[in-house]
Design a protein around this ligand. Structure first.
Ligand SMILES: [Zn+2]
Ligand SMILES: [Zn+2]
Length: 205
């Protein structure tokens, strides 16, 4: 990704649209950057645990360089707008949580109302664009304390990305990471074939 882009631009390019969730992720990533004092060239040393799989996580990936592919993005399906970001280089970690009422504002209510509608009249489409512009201004200008709680936490104990050996699934013949293969009466199966195999059994049984 282009080095001259601002964090906000990186996030928008990566995510593909501007929305409140992405902007909140940008604000959370800013806190992490300030707090962990890291230089974006060393993003291999950075890791993030995210507790939702929503728009904000794209900002974390684009700005902090923590991605699934690199193995430094960890997903916990807690349905919470919480990001724990850590720097392996200096051993510091920070937990950033969106405040419960962070997005309570009349402009956000208007935005949710318009977004929640199935069909918008042409004048409402225009209004939505204007409302989104106001949401943008509002989120980006709020003091961070208005939007998030954060505190330093202990370094999470996580395994660094490993190269895993693949084996061949007995049923489909495709490779599957050794850690994911399941031993059955039919031989070693990938999780997908294992699910189908169990499903078939269930029907037969
Ligand atoms: Zn979005
Ligand atoms: Zn298979």
């Amino acid at each position: 990704m282009c080095k001259d882009m601002s964090p906000l631009e990186k996030a928008i390019q990566f995510h593909g649209h501007i929305c409140p969730g992405l902007l909140m992720g940008v604000r959370a990533a800013e806190i992490a950057l300030n707090y962990l004092q890291f230089d974006s060239d060393q993003d291999e040393e950075l890791g993030a645990i995210v507790e939702s799989d929503t728009c904000g996580v794209d900002a974390i990936q684009a700005i902090l360089g923590c991605t699934f592919g690199k193995g430094n993005l960890y997903f916990k399906d807690y349905g919470k707008m919480v990001y724990t970001v850590f720097n392996r280089q200096n051993g510091r970690a920070i937990r950033i949580a969106q405040k419960y009422d962070a997005l309570e504002h009349p402009i956000m209510e208007r935005y949710r109302h318009l977004k929640g509608r199935e069909l918008l009249a042409p004048e409402e489409e225009i209004e939505l664009e204007d409302v989104l512009a106001q949401v943008f201004e509002w989120i980006m200008s709020q003091p961070t304390e208005r939007l998030f709680h954060w505190r330093e936490v202990e370094m999470p104990q996580l395994n660094k990305a490993r190269i895993l050996k693949s084996i061949q699934c007995h049923n489909c013949g495709e490779g599957v990471m050794q850690t994911h293969a399941i031993l059955t009466e039919e031989g070693l199966l990938c999780p997908e074939c294992h699910l189908n195999w169990r499903g078939d059994n269930h029907v037969r049984g």
